[in-house]
Write a protein that binds this ligand. Structure first.
Ligand code: S3P
Length: 166
């Protein structure tokens, strides 16, 4: 199994899908599983159940997915917040962190209505805060880090594919 971690806008979904198709591996996106299982959007879950409610669903979905057969797993940016989740990911396989500087992330995600953490907040300030809070966690967990500001999508996919075949 290979698990992609990183902040919103780091390119996890795009790169995960491309990698899966390149290597003919099965792919799953944790956010999609949660949306399917709950029958509502991520913003609706945050609104009705709060961030804590979403985090509980996310932890459950992660546990289920890691027991399954999918090979490439894309996680939401906050899936690394609980130690239990980090331990599960570490045990399950290789963890790849997609990183980029806050201004780049902010540009990529600004105006995205599907991201409740950005509601009514300056995207750059939010990405700076999340970077400060979460980068130590991503760093502690990752087997490989790729700065997606410095490479294009194809190069990122090539680097991960080479790493997985080592
Ligand atoms: C979140 C990231 C989102 C989604 C939710 C919360 C976060 O996923 O899980 O909006 O806490 O960073 P992406 O990283 O795929 O945008």
């Amino acid at each position: 199994m290979m698990i992609l971690i990183g902040l919103m806008g780091s390119g996890k979904s795009t790169i995960g899908k491309l990698l899966a198709s390149r290597l003919s591996l099965s792919f799953v996106d944790l956010d999609d599983i949660i949306v399917q299982e709950q029958g509502k959007s991520i913003p609706a879950i945050f609104e009705q159940e709060g961030e804590n409610g979403f985090r509980a669903l996310e932890s459950q979905a992660l546990e289920e997915v890691l027991k399954g057969q999918s090979t490439i797993i894309v996680t939401g940016g906050g899936a690394i917040l609980f130690k239990q989740n980090r331990d599960l990911m570490k045990q399950a396989g290789k963890v790849v962190w997609l990183d980029a500087p806050p201004p780049v992330l902010a540009t990529r995600i600004s105006g995205d209505a599907n991201r409740p953490l950005l509601l009514g907040i300056d995207p750059l300030e939010k990405m700076k805060t999340l970077t400060a809070e979460r980068n130590p966690l991503y760093e502690g967990l990752a087997d490989l880090r790729i700065d997606t500001d410095l490479v294009n999508t194809k190069e990122a996919v090539d680097t991960i594919a080479a790493f997985l075949s080592e």
